[in-house]
Ligand binder design. Sequence first.
Ligand code: AHG
Ligand code: MN
Ligand code: MN
Length: 333
Amino acid sequence: MSKSLIQFIIEEQRHIPGATGDFTGLLSDIVSACKQIAHDVNKGALIGVLGSAGSENVQGETQKKLDIITNEVFIKANEWGGHLAAMASEEMDDILPIPAKYPKGKYLICFDPLDGSSNIDVNISVGTIFSILRAPEGVENPTAADFMQPGTKQVCAGYALYGPATMIVLTSGHGVNGFTLDRDVGDFFLTHPKMTIPADTAEFAINMSNQRYWEKPVQRYVEECVKGKDGGREKNFNMRWVASMVAEVHRILTRGGIFMYPFDTKDPAKAGKLRLMYEANPMSFIVEQAGGASSTGRERIMDIQPSGLHQRVPVILGSKNEVERVVGYHKNA
Ligand code: AHG
Ligand code: MN
Ligand code: MN
């Protein structure tokens, strides 16, 4: 039998001098949250959780019932354990301090409880994304400012994918490993050790309906992909768009590819669609750890100094040689 996720983490922590078991404890709480969410997503209409909640989040997006339920599940599973000092979520305007009745820990977590939630009612894969940071030394009651750390400071990043199988994919800076939920046993087991992204790909993912709003470098890149061998590229390309970032990143970790939600001029107030703290940074950490690259087109995503919890950034990530090509087109422009 393969290793359970928690066994894997404990064995990994043994090699880290001074590890207290806190990180393992936190991971174990996150795993519990993801199991509960997997259950709720899987039961769907049977337990009446599909459809809109009729409310809006801080970003002006209509919330699904499951956006709210999964946010609550994630909080409940993680607030009591004594490993966190505060949390931040896509679904909450401000950070959530750990309630006074629980002990506080040294970590901060940013999460997207349900990624791709527009897909939930149509029974397409969705996910949960998280990013773990350290609270600054000596800070017991963190503020939002304490979360403003670049992605390079992440201790761990991961996602759960609720697809045909439920999986958790993780990195703590020593490569990327994937675990599959065995529902009969009730545990995640290591099924995808040392996941890597091939440097080359012939598959791109972008929402083509935004084409007229893109900048020149992205226009050029996608046009060349579409034309393939007839337009000067050495190969023809295929295209995918799931509209669940977790599913796209998982596909790229499995067989390579490039995913783009680039800068566009659709809404001048937004520099892109995806959020830095709980989408772009954790996915960039995973992708880079698997040998891929992640950029806004102009800079490495993990180098960005954050300025807001819900800040948006352009995202271009995946197979290294294709990402570098798009970055090169930005330099030339
Ligand atoms: P969320 O459901 O957490 O708001 O995230 C949705 C994101 C991302 O997962 C996906 O890649 C993108 O939005 C899809 O955007 P379009 O609807 O523009 O295709
Ligand atoms: Mn999301
Ligand atoms: Mn979400």
